[in-house]
Design a protein around this ligand. Structure first.
Ligand code: FMN
Length: 198
C-alpha cells in the first residue's frame, strides 16, 4: 500500500500558532465532501472556528467539563475520561482552526432511539467517519497536523446551545501546523483483526 498520507498521518497534539488560510480549510473540507455516505445522504455539516469565536466555543467546552466534574454529570460512567477531555481542550485551544462536525440527520444522544433509528444513526455516523478520515488524510497530504476529537461529548448541551443547532454534535477536527512528530502508535497485529474464510 503506497498511499503515503495513510502511512505518515499521526494525531497531532501540539500546534504552532501559524494561521491556516481559508483556501486550505476549504480544500480539506472538499476532501470530506467527496467521501462516500450511506444512501448518498451526506449527513454532514461543518462549522469552522478560529480566533475569538473558537475561544468562546471552548469556554463552553470548559463549562461542560466543569459541570461533569460537579454533581450534575450527564455521563457518569465516562467520568474516567475527564482528564483526557481536559487535555483535549488544551489542544483545541492551541490549534488555530477547529472544525465542528455535525450529523444533520441525528438526534441528541440524550433522546432514546428505536432499533430503526439506531441502524440509521450508525450508518450516518459511519458516513461522517469516512468524511473525517478523508479530511485528516488531505491535511496530512498538505503537510498539516490534525486531531480527530470526540471529547466534545462531555460538554454536549453547552456546545450545541452555543453553536445554535438541533443537529447531532459528532465531534471536531483540530487543524494546524504540527509542533511535534510523534512515532506511529501501536496497532493490533493483522492476525488478531482478520479471519479469512475463503
Ligand atoms: C473517533 C475518534 C475520536 C477521537 N477523539 C480524540 C479526542 O477527543 N482527543 C484526543 O486527544 N484524541 C482523540 N482521538 C485520537 C486517537 O487517540 C488516535 O487516533 C489514536 O490514539 C491512534 O493514534 P494516531 O491517530 O496517531 O494513529 C480520536 C480518534 C478517533 C478516531
Amino acid at each position: 500500500m503506497n498511499i503515503e498520507a495513510i502511512q505518515t498521518r499521526r494525531s497531532i497534539r501540539k500546534y504552532k500558532p501559524e494561521e491556516i488560510s481559508r483556501e486550505v480549510v476549504r480544500e480539506i473540507i472538499e476532501a470530506g465532501r467527496l467521501a462516500p455516505s450511506g444512501k448518498n445522504k451526506q449527513p454532514w455539516k461543518y462549522i469552522v472556528y478560529g480566533g475569538s469565536s473558537k475561544k468562546e466555543l471552548l469556554d463552553q467546552m470548559k463549562a461542560g467539563i466543569r459541570r461533569e466534574k460537579s454533581g450534575e454529570a450527564l455521563l457518569i460512567k465516562s467520568a474516567y475520561g475527564l482528564p483526557d477531555a481536559e487535555n483535549t481542550l488544551r489542544i483545541m485551544r492551541e490549534a488555530p482552526i477547529l472544525i465542528i462536525v455535525l450529523n444533520t440527520a441525528g438526534k441528541s444522544p440524550f433522546e432514546s432511539l428505536t432499533a430503526d433509528e439506531r441502524f440509521t444513526e450508525t450508518v450516518d455516523s459511519m458516513s461522517i467517519g469516512a468524511a473525517i478520515e478523508n479530511m485528516l488524510l488531505c491535511a496530512e497530504d498538505l503537510k498539516l497536523g490534525s486531531l480527530w476529537i470526540a471529547n466534545t461529548c462531555f460538554a454536549y448541551p453547552e456546545l450545541v446551545n452555543y453553536i445554535g443547532t438541533t443537529a447531532q454534535l459528532m465531534g471536531a477536527v483540530a487543524l494546524g501546523t504540527a509542533d511535534e512528530s510523534p512515532r506511529q502508535r501501536p496497532r493490533k497485529a493483522m492476525e488478531e483483526i482478520v479471519e479469512y474464510r475463503l
